[in-house]
Design a protein around this ligand. Structure first.
Ligand SMILES: [Ca+2]
Length: 286
């Protein structure tokens, strides 16, 4: 892979040995995976992020990340971690998950991970996450659990939502020093640090597939049918998408998403990213 990529970049064939990112000289390096929930989860999603002026603060943001696999362009696995890490991303800062050492120095273009429910025995709490959090996530079958507050500047509602849908984030790519890179790049003596970034605003997107989706709060805020100040998943499920404004909450080609709860459950599968804004191909694990 490095040969063809170098040749393509240089426009010259048969010069691979003189080209590239110091990956053709042999040796070994490592890859470290970290995770971060960004300011949106640590602090708030501010009103100017929302199309309709709402804002969000999170009090708890538990997410399971695991089954990390590194493979080369031919699909040969170089490293794998079977198991999940539980992170509470309201705890500030980047959390280190795992380092794979002794990898042959070369590009590995196929990197994947999961955000999926898991059994307690397969979950390792990270940082401020506790064994009680582990047992809670496992017994409920959640891959993500959030507690927070949505505010319109005057009034606020709380929410406590857990979602449990297995998701494989495959063929991840993101930018290294501004250059879009598939997977990871192991260099001799180097450590490629990959942030598996979690995006806290995705729960509030108003379209499942359009790149023009914006972040909205109105429909969620108004879903509190019994007016007790908390928006439950049951109340979200009572909101039919056809009753919302026609230019909002489009489902694209996604089937069987007819209410606001199913809509947000689908979005709960899209929170995992790669090196900040980088993305993966979302699918069901085998
Ligand atoms: Ca309520």
């Amino acid at each position: 892979m490095s040969v063809s990529r170098c040749a393509a970049l240089s426009g010259l064939a048969l010069l691979s040995a003189a080209c590239g990112d110091d990956t053709s000289s042999g040796g070994e390096g490592s890859v470290t995976f970290t995770t971060w929930g960004e300011e949106y989860i640590e602090q708030e999603i501010p009103a100017d992020t929302f199309e309709d002026g709402y804002s969000i603060t999170y009090d708890k943001f538990l997410v399971l990340i695991g089954n990390i696999v590194i493979a080369d362009d031919a699909g040969a696995e170089a490293a794998r971690h079977d198991g999940f890490f539980l992170i509470n991303h309201t705890e500030p800062g980047t959390k280190e998950l795992i380092t794979f050492d002794g990898l042959e120095a070369k590009p590995y273009t196929l990197v994947s991970y999961e955000t999926s429910p898991a059994a307690a025995a397969n979950i390792e709490p990270v940082g401020a996450a506790t064994q009680a959090d582990v047992d809670f996530m496992a017994s409920e079958g959640f891959h993500v659990y959030i507690e927070g507050t949505i505010s319109n500047g005057t009034d606020s509602k709380t929410f406590k939502w857990g979602f449990g849908v297995p998701t494989l984030l495959d063929e991840c790519e993101g930018e290294i020093d501004g250059k879009l890179t598939e997977g990871v790049l192991v260099t001799n003596g180097g450590d490629d640090v990959v942030e598996l970034t979690i995006h806290g605003d995705h729960f509030f997107y108003d379209d499942l597939q359009s790149p023009d989706a914006v972040v909205r709060g109105d429909a969620v805020f108004n879903a509190d049918a019994d007016g007790d100040g908390e928006v439950t998943r049951q109340e979200l499920a009572a909101v039919s998408l056809i009753d919302l404004p026609p230019d909002q909450y489009g489902t694209g080609g996604v089937d069987a998403v007819n209410d606001l709860d199913a809509f947000i459950e689908f979005l709960s599968r899209t929170i995992g990213h790669y090196r900040g804004e980088g993305e993966c191909f979302l699918t069901d694990p085998e």
